[in-house]
Design a protein around this ligand. Sequence first.
Ligand code: MRU
Length: 353
Amino acid sequence: MNSFHTIKWLDGGVVSMIDQRVLPHEIRYNEYTDPVAVAGAIKDMVIRGAPAIGAAAAFGLALVPWHDKTGNLDQVFEQLGKAAQVLRESRPTAVNLFWAIERMMALVEGKDKYATVKELKELLLQEAIMVAEEDVEINKSIARNAQALIPDNAVIFHHCNTGSLATVDYGTALGTIRFAHEQGKKIFVFVDETRPRLQGGRLTAWELQQYGVPFKVVADSTSGHYMRTQKVDLCVVGTDRTAANGDVANKIGTYNLAVVAHENKVPFYVAVPKSTIDMNTPSGDLIKIEERPAKEVTHVGTWQITPDGTQVGNPAFDVTPAKYVSALITEDGIVYPPYEENLAKLFQVSAGD
Ligand code: MRU
């Protein structure tokens, strides 16, 4: 159990989130009762990480009937449509956001089935809680499945934050590391600091410290040096959207890490819940990459590090071509290349379950 929660529904229709912008120096929980404010929290990265923002969107939609004052179903449906749109516009790359919104809004279709706002309110909340609870179970399954790929005494490179903070709990890639450690394996982690938002240096380091996993924070540009000069057994990262051909969109810098891993014959694994695999997107080239504000690059905290007027490029994600991905670790098992074929099989099998 963590000593913190990433996101939680509180009695009375309140969504509580730990404010990831101020970690690790301050533990602050923000409370939300309005879906537009939840969308703002996603955009400003109070909450971040693909599965976590999916859960935030689901709880954000559940807030609509909770705080309705009209008692009129038609009006609530209209408000839900508007809230879904605002949430969709909060961040473009992580498919979990859209997946969770569509899952929630599917309940709103066929609106004749509800007699009262109260019925709708209960159903939406139940669904949002299910999205959150399933996420934790899925992460634990991913972690279990990953153990076949993580030897004892493994030295692992990790990028961004993919732990409890990036999910509802436990994490995807970081969950595989945490589980290995909990199983008694001796693990050492190189934590990419992850410029410019420093999810590695601030968040992954904070989590690993709590789990007692030995680690070292390193600048993103060090991976080549370490892989060429020291024993590194594997890389494991998360993803915001994986295309049907196995191309992986993830935090900016992931592609560099994958190429360096390939050059040094270090296996490169991606921990991915099936909700992050977008079978409607055939290739990574079609994934929209979020461009974030220049200030994330020109400043570290409040300190400006570049000359006034400096031009900045700040893509939040990149795409790692499938050829660099040694395996995708899902809750239903490990998927190896050829991904186009094997991901199609993975989803066919689930559809036939
Ligand atoms: O911009 P962020 O911090 O939301 O980016 C997060 C990542 O890139 C993670 O690696 C990804 O969401 C997978 S987390 C389980």
